[in-house]
Design a binder for this molecule. Structure first.
Ligand code: GL9
Length: 841
């Protein structure tokens, strides 16, 4: 390629192509240039937002140089690539991460100081990229960080929502949702107006035989919407690799279709069409672990799958390879069932557009896709009604039926006597209306299916996907336990702890090989080290206390035990168990003598998290937490002994302040309901203890750090079913201590008792599905053990250090390497040469 370009051109290009700054002066020059020209500001009107913008643009330029080179390197290397399809990428802020990953944060810090700014204030100007709901979206973001850091040729594909997850405000104790319009100024994206795909909806299918006697299928007369690519650079840590996250934005097609309307004078309705097209990528659905079957959501899914697939196929076709080599070049991972239509779309491209035979195409499809399941909750499993798909995607429905027919025939051959089995594994549920079960389609169209923690992967094999284990055998199902990136969740969120660790074990290598943390274990008895360790935790608590002071307007004692539960509000995650426990503690304090109170360990109970706007029970839990806080926090009998804080608008950047400040964090889901959880890993990595159930990744965390370093309680997942049964058919009695808590609420202690009726009746009258009552005793006793343990600070710090030392397993680097080896079959790219060139220049 290069030799086809004339020498003089190449010379000129080389001479003037930007090299990227490395020194403080160069950084300042870049930042000031952007502030004065790109932003048209000056020394006299450069506020913190302008300083942020200038800094971000300087770093963006730098990233883009490496991004260009990475894309070239990956094209030349011509290796297999991985495409990660996810409707959610919860990236958070980018600037701090970019500065740390390219190793120039100190340069920027000094440069900004010269210009009159504190780097912390500048970083805090950035709006979070909040294109996700919770764990699933944040996992995708951690994966991108690891894939770039490990030098895999990997792209993310998602949607460029104009509105990310809503902002949460609390008014009079209730959650209020505010739209999150985040695109006013976003220096981290590059519009690629030259990269677009036309996506079709509706229309009808025309089948005919052409002159050569060939069957032709054509999907025609649909409505066309254009997908435009917006690229977001994803820098790896300490490597020249900068990968790409491609987000699609929708707009009306500029094709003849619309012009017809414009020309016939229907101006207003043509504009309305334009706006309708734009709504496809307008808003992220704010549900957590719940699917509601809305047409616009299905439109989003197809729009994004079609655009991504056409982009991937276009890239493959440039290589001029045979179709049979497709899955040697391309691996596609489905992040949950949201992108399952990509399976159908690839089959459609191969059969209808490229003319391959059905079987040949299907072999390619099934060797390309892998599917990750993230939940066993039945209400979260996607099903789309057949009439809805028939109308929106008529050709896809035919293909789904054909896939199902062939699958069922193969099952019938192998299990001829089992007619029930056919009904159970059919993609089509024979309900009224008929429904397409997306998880089944995803399993049938993929070569591997994985769960996200050991317990979860076992559960899907014995419950929701049991019949498919029978059909395919157990090898199609595997486990890849989730992980988190230690760059953001240790180095960036807790720089002092990262520095202390590095000083002890000799380098920052542990950020790339987290198992090196085990070198900390020999220091668990080092007095000076323990002192510093405890000081850092205290400083992080002071920082959170300041945050509480500025956002809530009251002070909490940083010497108190900080007990934190931050995550989406959901009955299965059991924030209600936590707040009932808090009320129980409050009642105990009230009944104590002043002498008894003196022996207590003061506690700050921190809650945070959003409820889905339509999830009324979750909103009731938020309301109760806030009302309990209002009463407890101003009760003079209680004073410092108990504070209840609800932090508004929990998000990634707030997590970076909250996580390092915990003594105890709560991961207390009903056993068998939380597929993995990932914040549990973040808290332990930052030296906090866990109170938790034997659920999700808590089990593996226990195995790694040791039972003596975690506070476990509650029933086991294998007993849950029997307990639920017993609630309805046995002589079921609510735990008497919990009854006292309910009485306290019913007396109106926390205001209008009627507001919380449903929370209580769910447990007392409606079967207590989440086993709050069954686990209440065990929970409260374990909280008492925690108080006792906290009194021995020396032993506590020992536990903290030991746990961190044993957390190496939970890096997303390990996780991504497992996916690469066992599912994607891809190798990292060699960047040694690039690193050398860089070292020389
Ligand atoms: C989730 C599970 O509930 C979590 O337990 C798991 O850790 C993550 C990542 O694998 O996936 N599945 C799911 O639908 N969500 C999860 O967090 N929900 C959201 O992301 C809102």
């Amino acid at each position: 390629v290069e030799s086809s370009i004339p020498e003089h051109m190449r010379e000129a290009w080389k001479k003037f192509s930007p090299k990227g700054f490395t020194t403080k002066d160069e950084f300042e020059s870049e930042a000031v240039k952007h502030i004065e020209t790109t932003l048209a500001r000056s020394l006299f009107n450069c506020d913190e937002l302008a300083a942020y913008s200038g800094t971000a643009l300087a770093f963006r330029d730098r990233l883009i140089i490496d991004w260009n080179k990475t894309q070239q390197r990956q094209s030349f290397a011509d290796q297999k690539r991985l495409y990660y399809l996810s409707l959610e990428f919860l990236m958070g802020r980018a600037l701090d991460n970019a500065m740390l990953n390219v190793g120039l944060k100190n340069v920027a810090k000094d440069g900004l100081a010269d210009l009159g700014f504190r780097i912390e204030d500048i970083i805090a100007q950035e709006h979070d990229a909040a294109l996700g709901n919770g764990g699933l979206g944040r996992l995708a973001a951690c994966f991108l960080d690891s894939m770039a850091t490990l030098n895999y040729a990997a792209w993310g594909y998602g949607l460029r929502y104009r509105y990310g997850i809503f902002k949460q405000e609390i008014q009079d104790g209730y959650q209020v949702e505010i739209p999150d319009y985040w695109l006013d100024f976003n220096p981290w994206e590059f519009p690629r107006h030259d990269v677009s795909v036309d996506v079709q909806f509706y229309g009808w299918v025309n089948k005919y035989t052409n002159d050569e006697g060939k069957q032709i299928v054509s999907w025609q007369d649909g409505e066309i919407v254009t997908a435009t690519a917006y690229d977001v650079p994803v820098p790896g840590y300490g490597t020249p690799t900068v990968n790409n996250l491609r987000l699609w934005s929708s707009k009306a097609s500029s094709g003849e279709f619309d012009f017809a309307k414009f020309n016939s004078g229907e101006y207003e309705s043509a504009v309305a069409d334009e706006q309708r097209a734009e709504t496809i990528s307008a808003v992220l659905y704010p549900n957590d672990n719940l699917e509601r079957g809305k047409e616009l959501r299905l439109k989003q899914q197809y729009f994004w799958c079609a655009a991504s697939l056409h982009d991937i196929v276009r890239r493959f076709k440039k290589s001029k390879r045979k179709w049979s080599e497709f899955s040697d070049q391309v691996a596609i991972q489905l992040n949950d069932t949201h992108p399952t239509l990509a399976i159908v779309e690839l089959q459609r491209i191969l059969v209808d557009m490229e003319g391959l035979g059905w079987d040949e195409a299907w072999t390619i499809v099934t060797s390309t896709f892998g599917y990750t399941n993230h939940t066993v909750l039945p209400e979260a499993l996607e099903k789309w009604s057949v009439p809805l798909i028939q109308n929106l995607l008529p050709r896809h429905l035919q293909i789904i039926y054909e896939i199902n027919l062939q699958f069922l025939q193969s099952v019938e051959k192998r299990f001829p006597k089992d007619r029930d089995l056919l009904g159970r594994v059919s993609i089509i549920e024979e309900s009224q209306p008929k429904m397409v079960r997306m998880a089944y389609l995803a399993i049938i169209g993929s070569h591997k299916v994985n769960g996200v923690a050991e317990l979860h992967s076992d559960l899907i094999k014995t419950t929701i996907f049991k019949d498919f284990v029978k059909v395919y055998g157990p090898d199609k199902f595997t486990n890849v336990t989730n992980g988190i990136t230690p760059r953001r969740w240790l180095h960036q969120a807790n720089p002092r702890l990262s520095e202390l660790i590095a000083s002890k074990i000799g380098s920052y290598e542990f950020l790339k090989d987290l198992t090196l943390l085990n070198k900390l274990e020999p220091f668990v008895d080092d007095k000076e080290f323990k002192k510093e360790w405890a000081e850092i935790k205290y400083a992080n608590k002071v920082r959170l206390a300041q945050h509480i002071q500025t956002t809530k307007g009251y002070s909490v004692n940083p010497k108190a035990l900080f007990d934190i539960q931050v995550k989406r509000i959901h009955e299965y995650k059991r924030q209600q168990l936590n707040i009932f426990g808090v009320i129980h503690r409050y009642m105990a304090i009230k009944s104590m003598s002043p002498e008894e109170r003196k022996k207590l360990v003061p506690r700050v109970s921190v809650f945070g998290g959003k409820a889905a706007p339509g999830y009324w029970m979750a909103k009731t839990i938020i309301h109760l937490i806030n009302k309990v806080g209002e009463v407890v926090n101003k009760d003079p009998d209680v004073g410092d002994l108990l504070k209840v804080v609800f932090l508004e608008d929990y998000n990634v950047s707030k997590a970076e302040i909250i996580v390092p400040a915990s003594d105890i964090s709560e991961h207390i889901s009903t056993a068998g309901t939380e597929a993995s959880g990932t914040s549990n890993m973040k808290f332990v990595l930052n030296g906090g203890m866990i109170i938790g159930t034997l659920d999700g990744a808590n089990i593996e965390i226990t195995r790694e750090i040791g039972e003596q370093n975690i506070f476990l309680f509650g029933n086991l997942s294998e007993d849950v079913e029997d307990l639920r049964h017993h609630h309805f058919y046995g002589d079921y009695k609510v735990n008497p201590e919990l009854v006292k808590v309910f009485d306290c609420i019913k007396k109106g202690t926390f205001g209008d008792e009627g507001a919380f009726g449903a929370l209580i009746s769910g447990i007392v009258e409606h079967g207590d599905y989440y086993l709050v009552s069954d686990d209440f005793n065990s929970y409260c006793q374990t909280q008492d053990l925690i108080d006792e343990a906290y009194k021995d600070q020396d032993a506590w710090v020992t536990k903290s250090i030991t746990s961190v030392a044993r957390m190496g397993f939970f890096t997303s680097d390990r996780c991504i390497n497992e996916y690469a080896d066992t599912i994607w079959n891809i190798e990292p790219l060699d960047v040694a040469e690039e690193k050398e060139v860089r070292a020389r220049t």
